[in-house]
Ligand binder design. Structure first.
Ligand SMILES: C[S@@+](CC[C@H](N)C(=O)[O-])C[C@H]1O[C@@H](n2cnc3c(N)ncnc32)[C@H](O)[C@@H]1O
Length: 233
């Protein structure tokens, strides 16, 4: 289901009600403030204000190299694991047309609401026009007739396993871990390899095992993460 823009806020408040006691959702003019009550963790989800729009502008990111944005060969992206949409937003900021898929209803509703806010910002509406989000399981989507739509690159960022060192991820990711799970990731990966026109990109912790033990054609590294690239033609 793809919420129509004016439904996004009502949809979010509806889903937030089902989680009352666990999570507090406070929509505002920039996006959505989220508070995970028991863990006492919170953050402002926004595509307009805060760290994300600043970080997204950086042109040296391995994410952009892996998705080949610079050469503009890859114009359309399907992000199978949207989460908060941080990676998808970054790619859209740099000119790609990005379709985000998110299986969790509440996370989808939060991102859809923040996308509305982005759309309403006259300076950034062009980025919003390149981003859309659907509330669906990527595995079903890839098998549905919708997936006849061809994407140059399919992107997969499954939830990372807990670090052996005990180091905690950023609070945004801790909240996502508390709310969501990895669903049928191996099957999504297999279908992505069949469907992507040019490449599949998988984000992994820097030292994690390969997804499905499949060796990538290219790897782009940062300090804590790497991007495994599988060329499909
Ligand atoms: C690590 S997060 C992605 C973070 C994202 N790259 C970002 O920049 O915010 C993984 C997300 O994938 C979603 N997910 C896991 N399996 C999925 C599936 N089969 N279909 C759709 N979403 C899925 C989870 O609900 C979670 O929100």
């Amino acid at each position: 289901m793809n919420a129509r823009p004016h439904d996004a806020l009502a949809n979010l408040l509806n889903h937030a009600r089902t989680q009352a006691g666990k999570i507090k959702i406070l929509p505002n003019e920039n996006g959505v403030e989220i508070q995970l009550l028991e863990a006492q963790l919170g953050f402002q989800h926004s595509f307009i204000s805060g760290a994300l729009p600043v970080r997204a502008r950086q042109t040296t990111q391995a994410l952009l190299k892996a998705c080949n944005n610079k050469q503009r060969n890859i114009k359309t992206m399907l992000d199978l694991t949207a989460g908060w949409g941080f990676d998808g937003f970054t790619l859209a900021w740099h000119g790609q047309q990005v379709t985000l898929l998110e299986q969790n209803v509440l996370v989808h509703a939060i991102v859809a609401c923040s996308l509305d806010r982005l759309q309403a910002d006259p300076e950034k509406a062009a980025v919003a026009d390149r981003l859309s989000i659907k509330n669906t399981n990527a595995n079903s989507y890839l098998q549905s007739k919708d997936s006849n739509l061809v994407y140059d690159c399919i992107y997969l960022d499954p939830m990372f396993p807990r670090s052996k060192s005990g180091a905690k991820p950023a609070k945004e990711m801790q909240i996502l871990q508390a709310l969501t799970a990895n669903i049928e990731i191996d099957s999504c990966f297999e279908l992505a390899l069949q469907k992507a026109r040019r490449r599949v990109v998988v984000k992994r912790p820097a030292r994690a095992a390969l997804l499905s033990a499949l060796k990538p054609d290219l790897v782009y590294r940062e300090k804590t993460v790497r991007f495994d690239v599988y060329l499909t033609r």
